[in-house]
Design a protein around this ligand. Structure first.
Ligand code: SF4
Ligand code: SF4
Length: 196
């Protein structure tokens, strides 16, 4: 039996011509007449009205933006930011992994040296928010938990240069990002569970 014969008859038209080159006849099912229930349409109208009525008494999921603020949750992927340690040092070691994985080529790092011979930190770190798609891949790639997705979602600006965020615009105290760090650790643990 050929592979063609093993495919169910109804699916054969999708395979194109038969092995002998003949086109497969396609059966078209057409319904020309509506039955009385479809003609009246009242049942569907009442179903729709019942659905609307039920939804009116359910909790609302939309918000009146900008009067109502966005709900904050650590799962939100907002503007990427850089963590600053409590002693004022920058967590980023300029390894360049985030710059490498960024699919939008939004990150540009200018790496610099520190007084510690084995430690580096960025002289400048730029994220072009006109390119950034808030995918979170930079955060996922970072070995230092230095770049994190904040919950800031308001990024509109009236001038292109303002959309280019530099090191000083990106630094945020790590305590403010702790919820996000805990959340990502929890999620990565779940996703990277060894397969049984
Ligand atoms: S969130 Fe995605 S697009 Fe934005 S800087 Fe990070 S990797 Fe690039
Ligand atoms: S933010 Fe993280 S991944 Fe990006 S250069 Fe710094 S340490 Fe490396």
């Amino acid at each position: 039996m050929s592979g063609y014969d093993q495919v169910p008859e109804a699916a054969r038209p999708f395979l194109g011509p038969t092995p002998s080159g003949k086109p497969v006849p396609v059966k078209v099912l057409r319904k020309d007449r509506l039955d009385w229930k479809e003609k009246v349409a009242l049942i569907e109208i009442f179903k729709g009205m019942g659905f609307t009525l039920r939804e009116m008494f359910r909790p609302r999921f939309t918000i009146q933006f900008p009067e109502e603020p966005f709900p904050r949750h650590p799962s939100v992927k907002g503007r990427p930011v850089l963590a600053k340690n409590p002693d004022g040092s920058i967590r980023c070691v300029s390894c360049g992994l985030c710059e490498f994985v960024c699919p939008a080529r939004a990150i540009t790092i200018d790496p610099g040296e520190t007084s510690d011979p084995i430690q580096r930190e960025p002289r400048d770190f730029q994220i072009d928010m006109l390119r950034c798609i808030l995918c979170g891949m930079c955060e996922e790639a970072c070995p230092e938990e230095a770049i994190l997705m904040s919950d800031e979602l308001l990024m509109a600006t009236d001038a292109r240069p303002k959309a280019l965020h530099h090191l000083e615009d990106l630094l945020v105290p790590v305590e403010k990002l702790q919820e996000r760090i805990d959340y990502t650790k929890r999620m990565y643990r779940k996703w990277n569970r060894p397969q049984s």
